[in-house]
Design a protein around this ligand. Structure first.
Ligand code: C2E
Ligand code: MG
Ligand code: MG
Ligand code: MG
Length: 278
């Protein structure tokens, strides 16, 4: 917030900026400490086939517990982890933990499930990124096509060449690629031709409105675009029955949202999967 006002009155805003910087450094220090103390958690939100409503996979989502039993939102701490570079190590742990759990699920008989993992820009800048991803997937004996990397449009636009090349190589290895929050990046469509994509995730902001209106038209357009490009589509943030049937009617393949399940710890995911079986 202070940054925006940089050119108006620096002296006036300087104390506020200092406060913000201190806050940020404190948070980064605490996050680093908690990450090293293995206090970060990975939760899982089921993704369902819209026709059968069977679970087809899940998205791995970071959780940072505080001492008072609450959680710091990833919307707050992921940008700090990106800013500090800590996201590279956290990202490695997220991928390892995802593969560990996927392989445990497979051993329990849940063999067909897919795990979506969010990837940030600094991870692509890490020269070891491609090898790290391949090594982790191999180490845990996971079929590469069970892992789906989720990247946002802004990641692609930031440094298209690095991202396109990395994804092309990882695609050859077998992993899947999805564009997250699709439609919010407000960016060029040209990368849709260059990226080796498998799926578009229709952003939650277009799902909210199911009556004819701008959001609904955008959701419809994204699903149509995905279908025509031969990509599968998933709606994120589906909270109501109406939204689910509307997205199904549009031809959207899958959904993820509170209607079906909230993100949950692994133990709870196991119970959720078992309940679906019976
Ligand atoms: P995202 O990747 O778009 O994840 C989806 C977010 O939508 C999650 O928020 C999820 O809890 C929330 N959500 C799902 N269904 C619903 C719904 O029906 N209603 C509402 N209101 N929300 C729903 P969360 O877990 O707070 O994560 C926020 C963001 O933090 C993620 O957005 C992602 O950008 C980032 N993030 C989380 N985990 C990781 C990670 O391991 N690595 C990286 N790089 N980023 C992560
Ligand atoms: Mg995501
Ligand atoms: Mg998303
Ligand atoms: Mg989102």
């Amino acid at each position: 917030k202070a940054k925006k006002n940089l050119n108006t009155n620096f002296e006036y805003y300087a104390p506020e900026m200092e406060e913000e910087t201190t806050w940020r450094l404190d948070m980064i220090r605490q996050l680093t400490r908690d990450f090293e103390a293995k206090k970060l958690q990975l939760w899982y939100q089921p993704q369902v086939d819209l026709v059968t409503e069977q679970i087809v996979g899940m998205e791995a989502l970071l959780r940072w517990p505080t001492s008072d039993g609450c959680f710091v939102s990833p919307v707050v701490f992921v940008p700090l982890a990106e800013y500090s570079g800590l996201i590279i190590d956290i990202g490695i742990w997220v991928l390892e933990e995802s593969c560990r759990k996927l392989s445990a699920l497979s051993a329990q008989g849940y063999t067909g499930l897919r795990m979506a993992v969010n990837i940030s820009m600094p991870q692509f800048r890490d020269p070891n990124f491609i090898d790290t991803v391949k090594n982790i997937i191999t180490k845990f004996g996971v079929e590469p096509d069970r892992i789906e990397l989720e990247i946002t449009e802004s990641v692609v636009m930031d440094e298209p060449q690095i991202v396109i090349e990395a994804l092309q190589e990882l695609k050859l290895f077998g992993v899947k690629v999805a564009i997250d929050d699709f439609g919010t990046g407000f960016s060029s469509m040209s990368y849709l031709q260059q990226l080796p994509l498998d799926r578009l995730k229709v952003d939650r902001s277009f799902i909210n409105e199911i009556t004819p209106g701008k959001s609904a038209f955008i959701a419809e357009t994204i699903v149509t675009l995905g279908n025509k490009l031969g990509l599968s589509t998933i709606a994120e943030g589906v909270e109501t029955r109406e939204q689910a049937s509307y997205m199904l009617k549009l031809g959207c393949d899958e959904a993820q949202g509170f209607l079906f399940a909230k993100p949950m710890p692994y133990e709870q995911l196991l119970e959720f999967l078992a309940a679906q079986d019976s």
